[in-house]
Each structure stands twice: as C-alpha cells, then as structure tokens.
Design a protein around this ligand. Structure first.
Ligand SMILES: Cc1cc2nc3c(=O)[nH]c(=O)nc-3n(C[C@H](O)[C@H](O)[C@H](O)COP(=O)(O)O)c2cc1C
Ligand code: SF4
Length: 401
C-alpha cells in the first residue's frame, strides 16, 4: 500500500487517530455575527470529514467576544454552543472515527484594527493597544477554562491551547515579555499561563479521553520572540523553547503541534511559498527536535502544503524516521479537503500552489478559502481585486475624503 505509515493509526492521549493526516486550524472568517458557526463554516468541516483526515483542528476560536483577529471569527460562548454542537454532529455523522479538536485562542496584539487591541507589554504593539493589567490577564485565563468546558459540552474530542503565531499565548512566552507582575519577566512567570490555566483545563476535564494539546511557534523570527535567548536577541536559540516543551509535557499535554513564525509579521516562516520553499526544512527540524525531547507526546509537524505532490512522500519518510507522528496540512486542506481520501483511492488531487490567495482574503477581512479550486472564493477574490483596483485608481487621482 502507498503511504502505509501515513495511513496507519497513532495514539492521541487517551484516544487514537485512524491515520496521520492532520488538517491544521484554518480560519475561514465566515462566522455569524457574535461568533456562532455559520452554514458555510459547517460545510467546510463536513468536506474535511468526507476527506477522511484522522485529525481535524477547528480554526482559531476566540475565548472572548473582544478583541478578535477576524471580523467574522468564531467565539466560544454559551449562546454559540448549539452551533458548535451542530458542527460536531455534522462531522461525526460523516466520519465518526475522525478526531475533532477545537483551537482556543485570545488574539492579543494580533487583533484586527476594528477591535480593541490589547497587549501584555508595550514593545512594538500596534499603536493604541490597551496594556492588560494583572486581573485582566487572570480573567482571560478564566475565559480559556470556561471555553474548554464549553468545547467538551459541544462534543469536541479535545482542544488545542493556542500558544503560536503571535497571539496572546505566544506573546506571553516571549523573552521580550518583561512585565513586572506575575505574568512576565522570569521564565517561571512567562510560563505561568501553561502551568495554571492549561493545568486547570487538564485536571478539570471530564475524562482522560478529552485530548488537550498545544500549538507552539518554536521560533518566531522577531527580536525577543519565542526561540531567542533574550529580550534583545534576534537569532535562533531554542534552549528556552526546549524547556517550554518539557513543561507542556509535565503539565499533562497529550500532543504538541509544532509551528513557527508570526503570520502577521514573518509569514514566510509560518507558511513558506515558492520563493521560500526551503523553510519546510526548518519545520521538519523543529518537529524532530520536539519529538526527540518528548517522545511520549504525539507530535504534529507543519508546513507540508508547499511540497504539493511530494508532501505525502516526505511525511511518510519523517514518520518512518521517528521525526514526527502526524503531518499537518493547512493550505492543502483548503485546496482539496478530500486529500487523504483521494490519495487512498488514487483520484486526482488538487494541489495547493502556494499562491497566498487565501491569506490575502483573510488579511482583507473577507470570507477566505482557496481561490484556485473553489468557485465561491474565486468569486470573492475577483470582487476583491476589482474593488482594490478601483480604490487604487481613486488614490492615484488623489481621491479619498
Ligand atoms: C487562511 C489561513 C488561515 C489560517 N488560520 C489558522 C488558525 O486559525 N490557526 C492556526 O494555528 N494557524 C492558522 N493558519 C496557519 C496554518 O494552520 C498553517 O500553519 C500554515 O498555513 C502552514 O501550513 P501549510 O504549509 O500546510 O499551509 C492559517 C493559515 C492560512 C493561510
Ligand atoms: S488560495 Fe492558493 S495558497 Fe490558498 S489554498 Fe488555494 S492554492 Fe493554496
């Protein structure tokens, strides 16, 4: 059988994934007002269920109504619970053995300009960002705990505690977080959120079967960011992130989803494109390092999409060598949600061409998806391009009130 290892099961905390294909969290920016899951959102997850992905991580879901990164982002709140139950119900009806994990987040300084942005430390936070005080950070921690309870009520198989891509969880970890209260400064303070908040989610879960893991940017590529040795350092030094991984393990996490970069600042690190294709090698290295450090945890690797038709062979090799347990596909899951099923049946796959079209729509706060293969998003993109051309023609005439 082709890709025998990719199609083999793997343990996931108290559960097991039927194969090693992980559909990464991908925001579609298509929630309803207030952050409930829309019919378009449900259809995206039904398509992934039909694709037979062993693990599907539902896109970033905010634990608070404000601030948000996306105008139509999802929010885990009691009034939205029924919509999340429907999402889970739809998915499980099609693919009951697939694991469905909810990614929980607070957007922090990555929030959109339409939102009331917050920051944990001033540094290079967007102008006007509100500096969170000690009790406000505590309240955010409680919101994570509440959201994890709601995720269990909704029927999710687990949660992904988001500590990557520059959102609040990552901002907290950075050496540049020099807050002088219990949430900043020393390594102990910068990791308190993991010990106390993730720790409480893990100890309070209803059953050992409820999976808890975390997505981490091992190296962010900014001064004082995760994966550097100090607040003024720029070059990669993974020593401290090794300690973070070991702490996540001690806290009782079931898996680590290894990523890198901050899409808003260092996008080519998070999602390599053709000119930066070789960055996938760094992602392979980061995942292998985590697997070596914490072999008992399930490790998901990132950034396979840019490898297109070769991705499955690379994933197979990485699994065989023990470098990773699951291969995570972000853009490929947008380009062809049926990818695993098609590899199995030998049907022609629509491969992501890493054109960044979906990312541009997301940055423009529009419904986002694959503009190459999906007619709806092709149309959204056409209108976006038309409007942008009109706006820039207006600009060149010196227009604009
Ligand atoms: C449109 C878009 C939305 C994304 N949304 C999320 C998200 O909600 N949570 C997350 O952790 N990463 C998100 N990412 C990052 C992807 O999960 C993934 O890490 C990245 O695209 C690199 O993997 P790939 O090369 O397989 O696409 C998003 C990426 C894109 C392009
Ligand atoms: S729009 Fe481009 S980058 Fe995004 S999924 Fe489609 S082919 Fe890939």
């Amino acid at each position: 059988m082709r890709y025998e290892r990719l199609f083999s099961p793997v343990s996931f905390g108290g559960r097991s994934a039927v194969n090693r294909f992980a559909a990464q969290a991908m925001e579609g920016n298509d929630g309803e007002a207030g952050g409930a899951v829309s019919e378009r959102g449900r259809e995206r997850y039904r398509a992934l269920a039909r694709g037979g992905w062993g693990v599907v991580v539902v896109e970033a879901i905010s634990v608070v109504h404000s601030p948000l990164a996306r105008k139509f982002g999802l929010v885990m709140a009691p009034e939205n619970l029924e919509s999340f139950k429907r999402l889970v119900g739809d998915f499980k009806e099609i693919f009951p053995e697939g694991l469905l994990l909810f990614q929980l987040t607070h957007s922090g300084r990555n929030s959109g300009s339409f939102s009331r942005r917050t920051c944990l430390y001033p540094g290079d936070a967007p102008p006007g960002s509100h500096l969170l005080d000690t009790s406000e950070v505590e309240a955010i921690g409680e919101a994570f705990i509440r959201a994890a309870r709601l995720a269990q009520e909704a029927g999710a198989d687990g949660i992904d505690f988001k500590m990557c891509h520059g959102y609040l969880g990552a901002e907290m970890l950075r050496p540049a977080n020099l807050r002088d209260d219990k949430w900043g400064g020393s390594f102990e303070n910068r990791t308190r959120f993991i010990r106390e908040i993730a720790g409480e989610i893990i100890s309070g879960r209803r059953s050992r079967d409820f999976i808890v893991g975390s997505r981490v940017s091992l190296f962010e590529g900014v001064r004082g960011g995760c994966g550097t040795a100090g607040p003024d350092e720029l070059i990669e030094d993974l020593g401290e992130m090794d300690r973070v991984i070991l702490l996540l393990r001690e806290t009782g996490m079931d898996y680590i989803n290894v990523s890198a970069g901050i899409p808003a600042l260092t996008p080519e690190i998070t999602r390599p494109t053709k000119p930066s294709v070789r960055f996938y090698l760094h992602h392979f290295r980061y995942a292998a390092r985590v697997k070596e450090l914490a072999p008992e945890l399930t490790v998901i690797g990132s950034a396979y999409s840019v490898l297109a038709g070769e991705a499955a062979a690379y994933a197979e090799e990485n699994i065989a060598r023990g470098y990773v347990d699951c291969a995570g596909f972000g853009r490929q899951s947008f380009a062809d949600p049926l990818y695993p099923a098609k590899l199995l049946s030998g049907e022609k796959v629509d491969y992501c061409i890493a054109c960044s079209g979906c990312s541009r729509l997301m940055a423009a706060q529009l419904n986002d998806g694959c503009i190459v293969y999906n007619p709806y998003y092709r149309e959204v993109n056409k209108n976006f391009a038309k409007n942008s051309a009109r706006d820039s023609a207006g600009d060149s005439r010196g227009g604009g009130a």
